[in-house]
Ligand binder design. Structure first.
Ligand SMILES: [Zn+2]
Length: 70
């Protein structure tokens, strides 16, 4: 049982090394990303609907959905 665990860790480590340590960890690892990811859900300042950042329209430092930005 213990040997299997050690072997598993060794294999995972070797695979990790094989990829040159370039395996990207989930972005949740970032505590505070400077820029919001374009798929980040943000709330419309006017109607409180949730939209992704790339769908939003930024006005005066606030984000609005397409409906409210018209
Ligand atoms: Zn809105």
């Amino acid at each position: 049982m213990f040997l299997k665990l050690v072997l598993l860790i060794a294999v995972v480590y070797l695979v990790y090394r094989a990829f040159g340590g370039k395996i990207s960890l989930p972005k949740k690892q970032n505590k505070e990303p400077k820029e919001l990811d374009e798929n980040t859900l943000i709330e419309c300042s006017s109607c409180s609907v949730y939209i992704t950042k790339k769908e939003s329209i930024k006005r005066g430092g606030k984000y609005y959905c397409n409906e409210c930005a018209r």
